[in-house]
Design a protein around this ligand. Structure first.
Ligand code: SF4
Length: 347
């Protein structure tokens, strides 16, 4: 097995190969070795995409979720109002949201919602996306609700959508079935394949620690498989890597949260594989050190009940945009680390 330092030296110029990614996951097991990895990943980010941090807005929801049973780690277990029909923005609220996103200077926005199965879900998704894209042609719309069929991505393209986020989170079929028993991994893969053929952007998420138990060996092979699965898609534009978070009251509430150490390693290794795509995580010091250059969920806009009472993820002020529509004014909060570390912010 090649020494990890040899791989790190070589990857200053060239992307790492699959076996090298696995070696890095296995060999980087101390803080000193992590620092070596982060230094190289930061340099590759600076050389390949520069030190400018991009921002992605967030609007939700445009569809309820009818997946039954719900994914075993979903926020629906903690709050039954989430991804319920009352959580869906009206057409007017969506229009207001898009105007605000544009006025804030954001260049792209993720429009989210639950997986609304069947014909109703398709219709609602297309209807809402039509409104979003017509309201602003300057903001790139990325759809994340997966309430449509693989062949519908061509309709999404006609509507003016910029990209599709059809999150897989894991490619391990046993884990997928255990954690997301109401969903079909094969259909999700087909949506990504059609997205590629349609020429739309691809965004995807690897969830570190999904389905893992305490004392279990980290499934490094699975993570490497996941990262290299996307090599076949030339339209891969965004990679998100998050640790699993056990949701209160869910069947997973007692499972361990995903390892932060492994998450940072995975972000850095992703940067050594995918040199010039956007990688999320740039809101944290660790993410920036690992080569991230994208901050997700900037100025999130939702129904009023979502962020009230000082949301645990946000400390910023909440701005009322309409009767039952709010925005979390989090720009200064989420960009603070990047600004203080000397990165240029997109807006
Ligand atoms: S598809 Fe999304 S919203 Fe629906 S149950 Fe699964 S995680 Fe929750």
């Amino acid at each position: 097995m090649t020494d990890y330092t040899t791989i790190l030296k070589k990857t200053l110029k060239d992307p790492i190969a699959k076996d090298e990614a696995l070696t890095l996951f296995k060999k980087i097991q101390t803080h000193g070795k992590l620092m070596d990895l982060l230094k190289v990943a930061s340099k590759v980010r600076d050389d390949e995409v520069g030190s400018k941090v991009k921002l992605m807005g967030f609007i939700a929801s445009i569809t309820p979720c009818t997946v039954d049973p719900p994914c075993r780690y979903c926020f629906r277990w903690a709050n039954e109002r989430l991804f319920n029909i009352d959580d869906v923005l009206s057409d007017d609220e969506l229009e207001i949201s898009m105007r605000v996103v544009e006025a804030k200077g954001l260049k792209r926005v993720e429009i989210g919602g639950g997986t609304y199965l069947g014909e109703e879900g398709r219709k609602m998704t297309m209807h809402k996306l039509n409104i979003a894209c017509k309201t602003s042609r300057r903001v790139g719309v990325w759809i994340t609700n997966v309430s449509f069929n693989p062949e519908d991505v061509y309709v999404l393209k006609d509507i003016g959508v910029e990209g599709v986020t059809c999150n897989l989170e894991t490619l391990n079929e046993e884990v997928y079935k255990r954690l997301r028993p109401g969903l079909n991994l094969t259909i999700r893969k087909r949506i990504i394949e059609e997205t590629e053929k349609a020429g739309l952007g691809i965004d995807n998420t690897l969830m570190i620690g999904l389905g893992e138990y305490w004392n279990q060996q980290h499934p490094y092979e699975d993570w490497v498989e996941f990262l290299y699965y996307f090599k076949r898609f030339k339209n891969l534009r965004i990679m998100e890597i998050h640790p699993f978070r056990p949701v209160w009251n869910s069947p997973c509430q007692n499972m361990p949260p995903g390892s932060e150490f492994e998450t940072i390693k995975a972000i850095a290794i992703a940067r050594l594989i995918y040199r010039n795509i956007d990688i999320s995580g740039a809101q944290s010091v660790q993410g920036l050190l690992a080569g991230a250059n994208l901050i997700m969920h900037v100025y999130p806009i939702t129904k009023g009940f979502r962020p009230w009472s000082r949301h645990q993820l946000f400390y910023s002020k909440i701005v009322k945009l309409d009767e039952d529509l709010v925005m979390v004014d989090n720009l200064l909060e989420v960009t603070r680390n990047a600004r203080e570390m000397g990165f240029e912010i997109e807006i």
